[in-house]
Design a protein around this ligand. Structure first.
Ligand code: FES
Length: 183
């Protein structure tokens, strides 16, 4: 039996013409340089905040490189983001001092509250949660950073106070069936 033809992959999302034009300009500035690909990817990411599929295709086309190579480089380096940034970001510290004071439990609690996985850049569409190794605030452990703001001394020994603190920070998924986050 002959297998049906594979469905064509969706075209990359359309990019605003002005952004395409700026991308073209910066690609031209770097064309021919040995490190052109990395440098162009950096600048494209600065332009969009991440590396949209349409921009990767444009980079491959204009630098005359296979798309697989461009995609491979973009996904190999952690500093490149392939997903659009979420509106809100939270970082939980898992450095030694914070971990000893309950940082791991705090991370799991936030994952449950927000319905997402730590270090998944797509998050839940609104929030993304990442881990950091030490924020230099070990004396205030355990700590979080919510939208750039350091939140010290999370009360890990008082679940009700912890939930109230997390809720006050907006760390509650819109569709959370248990707003207490105790599930
Ligand atoms: S270990 Fe968390 S701030 Fe240092």
């Amino acid at each position: 039996m002959i297998a049906p033809p594979a469905a064509p992959s969706p075209p990359p999302e359309a990019l605003p013409p002005a952004a395409v034009e700026r991308t073209t300009r910066l690609i031209r500035q770097h064309r021919g340089r040995a490190d052109a690909l990395i440098e162009v990817l950096h600048q494209v990411q600065e332009l969009y905040g991440y590396l949209p599929a349409g921009a990767l295709a444009q980079v491959a086309r204009e630098l005359k490189l296979p798309l697989s190579r461009v995609h491979g480089v973009a996904s190999f380096y952690h500093l490149f983001r392939l997903e659009a940034p979420t509106a809100h970001r939270c970082a939980v510290c898992l450095g030694t001092a914070c971990f000893v004071k309950g940082g791991g439990e705090l991370a799991e609690r936030i994952e449950r509250r927000l319905g997402l996985r730590m270090d998944d850049a797509a998050g839940n569409g609104t929030w993304a949660l990442e881990h950091v190794s030490c924020l230099g605030a070990c004396g205030q452990a355990p700590v979080l950073v919510v939208d750039g703001q350091l939140e010290p001394r999370l009360p890990m020994d008082d679940p009700a106070a912890l939930d109230a603190r997390l809720a006050a920070l907006g760390l509650t998924a819109a569709a959370d069936p248990d707003p207490s986050g105790a599930s």
